[in-house]
Design a protein around this ligand. Sequence first.
Ligand code: GLC
Length: 566
Amino acid sequence: MTSTDPNWWRDAVVYQIYPRSFADANNDGTGDVEGMISRLDYLQDLGVTAVWVSPWYPSPMADGGYDVADYCDIDSRFGTLAEADAFVAEAHARGIRVLIDLVPNHSSDAHPAFRAALASAPGSPERAMFHFRDGRGPDGDEPPNNWGSLFGGPAWERVIGPDGPEQWYLHMFAPEQPDWDWANPAVVALFDDVIRFWFDRGVDGLRVDVADGLAKQPGYHDTPIDPATGLGIATFYPGHPWWNQPELDTIQRHWRAIADGYADRHLGERIFVCEANTKPLSALMRFVDPGRMHTTFNFDMLWCEWEAGSLRAMIDRNLIAHAAVGAPTTWVLGNHDSTRVVTRYGKPETGKPFTLDGVTPEWQHRFAEYFFVQPTDNALGRRRARAAALLEFALPGTAYIYQGEELGLPEVEDLPDAVLDDPAFFRTGGRVRGRDGCRVPLPWSGTEQPYGFGADAAPWLPQPPEWAGLSAAAQDGEPDSTLSLYRRALAIRATHPALGDGTLAWGDTYPGTVLYFTREPGFGFLANLSGDAVTLPSGAEVLVASGPLAGDVVPPDTAVWLSLPA
Ligand code: GLC
């Protein structure tokens, strides 16, 4: 059973399930809740203490379920509400907490509130749930402002009514994802009900999608033009009219009060995890001020290059900033939106989250901060990713595992265009390849597709032939497999008194290309990011190593956990 520890979330090991791609019990090529239930024993053996389930709600799947048509039900492709309840109960029975995705920035265009808005007149209360505006120009045929969508193209879509074109509505993402107007108290009330609906069903926490985007600046003024698209800049910059607005403070304190109202239900605290790319870190930390949200998802680590100085600086600035507000830091290597860590760390540039292929120079320039195009060395990447897993599990705070990281899965970079499903691919005319390569269904067993994902149905995205050797069954019991490494490290983490929440102290006996820190009592972490072999501290006993050691010599791109002499 889950404990009643109110601090469970301060050192949780959270496993992200992307339901479409996790396990397919009904053999239709798409994962489902029954499949999730069937793999809970696996997650318990792995040693995770919580799961985060990406959207499982009814959805037309214009954005992989992040277009929600009903926040209080389960998509029939995934199962039923009764099965979701069973999943929560079965997870709890194994000591695993359940976080689910809350998608409050936008709905699906199939949501009844949006259908009602379309069917109602301009200026009506139904339209006031969303951002409907008259267009500019003599016939209103120019969008209300120049804002660009994060998935490419304009952030406004024109409504075509029975009498022809009329108002426009705002969508920061795909046109099928209209943005709610959070200045409207009716929107606040609608989501209060959603939050309570899931907390009442025993869900332990909510991961808040696009948590930094809910409030829009009144006035809808133009943003500076992005030369690559000719549209307003959609990505964050200080002063941006939709990212990180001051109104978020009120919304988050209101939600926190709802969660705190569940403190007496004997399940431990209910929590919120913010998905927010807000910069600088000092601005992001306002999200976890006392009385606001519990934690934020750590994009700083996700986008940090595999380089000792950068990693150490990233770790320090996060620990210091979080300690100042009393929040635990989260540590993250991947999610369903970014290139898998094995592939990322196998590139010459290791600090970029997305793959961009065959794009025009303007687009490469536009996204230079985010994308890489170089070829990958997956063997090198996997060695580093294994070392990075030991790093993340040794750090003070909460660790996240994106499904398949424990199998060392690479990004599938060569999915044919014909199978791609990400709206970012379509809305950029294929210039952005999108995020499907990290969403390929998991290989569980067997030697050919679907590798035990379902019985024999072709999975919704094709799996590569090389995945036979990476399946959970193939790695089970193999001492050197990535799965065994994850299990061993998480088992140690669960009982070692130095691990989990707390502090660390950097050691200064090694050069700057080696990460070495200690945690009390008696724990040492060393990762060799130099090109040379490094010798272990004397008297240290190895608890677990991310790769083979030569006696007391740690090769490059290898990490070890140590028991240090008293
Ligand atoms: C978040 C999700 C991403 C989704 C977007 C719009 O960034 O993680 O998958 O496309 O929000 O909902």
